[in-house]
Design a protein around this ligand. Structure first.
Ligand code: ATP
Length: 369
């Protein structure tokens, strides 16, 4: 079948499902991934993200639906004939081989001359900044360096698509943050499309140009990190990414571009931006991120201000997290940046202080499901 290579998205997933017995691990997923994207599949354990990745690699066949890579239908095409490489969490380096040999291993059967192979390995080691480590064995490397060898090996064959399954899972927090930026820089330099599976929302937010959030085999939302964080389309996505306050409410009126929503947990009405779908009587959830809420000792001007008592205060250096108890008993999380240096006694509020919390109507996310 002729390839349409060049035009259109690199990956086209059309109504793909995968069942294991009667269990649907991936349920009617449709998704396009463009060339050169660093795309993340994000979701909790068992949501189907690895199964979707394995179908792209060719290790699993879809029960229904179609996958196209670079315009070519992948049905019946085995992993080694796909323009795809996969980097596993365990890295799977050969312990008895040097870094150089590990990186060059996959090139042996590619019809390259030995000089071409040496050149490519050099190029890859340079890319992952391991030229000085070429002669070492994997056990003589740190976890981060091993991860880079695995990346160099996966990129050596110059695939159109690189699949990475929890690539940073084995690294500690500090190294993980550092390596995230390295992966981004390598992806940018090579221009190869990366699809990363992760359960770590911060990792997805940092790494990816776009994210698909998955739950129970379905894609709940696809968007840029900003879309997903600031404009979640469901209570699931809002709650999955970052922390958030969620209130139940009912629209009491809409006027112009403002809707008024009665929130029993806050003890009063709030203003939110009106959307077409909001009319009096609509039951909705209102989500507000903790960092969008201001805490103050005196009553602020404007709408969406409520009084409560500080029940919890966590000081984290750069910011503080307050839990403010409303008269209804609801606890509201407020995250406040410690922008200036201040002694404890100078902080905006202490335990048991009576305070005001407030937020801009634009910061309230109205969600129906
Ligand atoms: P995790 O982060 O825990 O790896 P995941 O989102 O990657 O989760 P998958 O590995 O895709 O999840 O698995 C999705 C579901 O399908 C799980 O409930 C899993 O038990 C099931 N599953 C996966 N592979 C098989 C298989 N070969 N046979 C039967 N069930 C399977």
């Amino acid at each position: 079948m002729p390839s349409e290579g060049g035009a259109g998205p690199l990956i086209r997933i059309e109504n793909v499902s995968k069942s294991f017995g009667t269990f649907k691990a991936v349920d009617d997923v449709s998704l396009n991934i463009e060339k050169g994207e660093l795309f993340a599949l994000l979701g909790g354990s068992g949501c189907g993200k690895t199964t979707l990745l394995r179908m792209l690699a060719g290790f699993e066949a879809p029960t229904a639906g179609k996958i196209f890579i670079d315009g070519q239908d992948m049905a019946g095409i085995p992993p080694y004939d796909r323009p795809v490489n996969m980097m596993f969490q365990s890295y799977a380096l050969f312990p008895h081989m040097s870094v150089e040999k590990n990186v060059g291993y996959g090139l042996k059967h590619d019809g390259m001359t030995s000089a071409q192979r040496t050149d490519r390995v050099k190029q890859m080691l340079d890319l992952v900044k391991l030229t000085d480590f070429a002669g070492r064995k994997p056990h003589q490397l740190s976890g981060g360096q091993r991860q880079r060898v695995a990346l160099a090996r996966a990129l050596a064959k110059q695939p159109k698509l690189l699949l990475l399954d929890e690539p940073l899972g084995a690294l500690d927090k500090k190294l993980r943050e550092h390596t995230q930026f390295e992966i981004m820089s390598i992806q940018e330099k090579t221009g190869i499309t990366f699809v990363v599976v992760t359960h770590d929302q911060e990792e997805a937010m940092t790494l990816a140009s776009r994210i698909a959030v998955m739950d129970h085999g379905k894609i709940k939302q696809v968007g840029t990190p900003t879309d997903i964080y600031e404009y979640p389309n469901s209570t699931f996505v809002a709650g999955f990414i970052g922390s958030i306050n969620m209130f139940d409410g009912e629209v009491t009126k809409t006027s112009g571009d403002v809707a008024t929503v009665q929130i029993a947990q806050l003890g009063g009405p709030i203003m939110v931006p009106a959307a077409d779908s909001l009319s009096a009587g609509t039951k909705i959830s209102i989500a507000v991120r903790p960092e969008k809420i201001t805490i103050s000792r005196s009553r602020p001007k404007g709408p969406n201000s409520f009084s409560g008592t500080v029940k919890d205060l966590g000081y984290f250096g750069k910011d503080s997290l307050y839990r403010v108890k409303m008269p209804s008993g609801t606890l509201v999380m407020v995250n406040s940046v410690n922008a200036r240096r201040a002694a404890e006694s100078e902080r905006v509020a202490q335990w048991e202080d009576d305070v005001w919390i407030s937020f801009d109507p634009q910061s309230a996310i109205a969600l129906k499901g």
